[in-house]
Design a protein around this ligand. Sequence first.
Ligand SMILES: Cc1ncc(COP(=O)(O)O)c(C=O)c1O
Length: 435
Amino acid sequence: MSKYEKSNELLKKAIEIIPVAAQTYSKSFRYFIKGESPLFIERGDGAMVWDIDGNQFLDFVCALGPITIGYNNVEINQAIIQQLEKGIVFSQPSPIEYQLARKLTQIIPGVEMVRFMKNGSDVTTAAIRLARAYTGRDMIAVCGYHGMHDWYIGATPNSLGVPKVVSDLTQEFIYNDIKSLENLLKVQEKSFAAIILEPIQFDGPSGDFLKMVRDLAREHGAILIFDEVVSGFRYALGGAIELYGVIPDLVAMGKGVANGMPLSILAGKKDILELIETKKVFISTTFGGECLSIAAALKTIEILEKPESYKHIWNLGRKLLDGLQKLIDLYDLNQVIKVYGLAPHGGVQFSDFGEISYLESQSIYQKCLIENGILTIGINNISLSHTSEDIDCFLKGAEVAMEEIKKYHQGKISRLKDENMINPIFKRNSRGDRK
Ligand SMILES: Cc1ncc(COP(=O)(O)O)c(C=O)c1O
């Protein structure tokens, strides 16, 4: 009997009534190896999760970013329960909306006004609408992944369903390549409303890249938006803004702010955000003021504010990335596997090598780690609940994986069939972008 019997059975039923049997592509069965991986998680505690077959894993995915403190955290649970007893959502704003907004203006440099929404896509889209209203222009320069809405996804290979007139308004520039942005802005002078980018991608900004983007935005009269949906609260409370000291006009955050409760943040300069009132730029949702998530965010921030919190996360992340690099060197796999990312959000990326595709190497890596009780999809998120021993466990599994990948590349193991490999919906583009 398979270790994943219940997962496999549920998948058969779920796929009939839920597209990809998941709400998020990258959580779906296509990102895991059939029959060799858990597919449905029942519960979590600290850094650990249990699948529906009762198998236990150290989770380094952290729900794709929201889990910053750990699963089932007593203090955050208490904060949610206390609020639950008062009410979830009301007919007028709750005072904790002000409390959290005020806290955010204190911890995110340059932030003067704040609005709450639910998903990262909500707040990146709201920021774009504000930028267009503020500048009276339509074009958008993008760099990174910015969510599911038309203005962004229309300009990617996944544009089906988006009108071309919308897609044509969005143009991409290349991370850490300031010339690519300069050229873009020059071609259609004074037509860009916004430059939106994920300020931390790959190994982070090189040199003065972010400052140069800031200067170019000013020079061209475009609004600079940092998409910190991933980086906010993961690297530091104030995300890349705090780490690199470059202040955008608007910032979008989400994922890690409330340790798994659904909350996203649109924040930035007052003269832009106040257009929501003065010019009626329409940004309004039923659940933006939902209080359980806001209570969870206040407690999450309180925990992350302790001086040892980010130190712990960065130290563990460094240990993991250094350990992975040592293994890659040991097994002489530098041409196949690259360590990338900054400590709290880093991992390995695979390259095609000879006849062997990156998906084959990545599939072996993931399978070996899962066999060793580690849930990972390549990029890892370190939470406050992970321990140094957890990193040792990860590296033990990674060593098995590297040995196996080496043998595979030496032709000592037969080639994987497609059905025994991961099959991501978004294949990597030529620059190795992760979405
Ligand atoms: C950088 C970035 N921006 C925006 C989004 C969209 O967030 P959501 O999926 O919560 O709408 C994501 C999601 O992965 C993201 O990584």
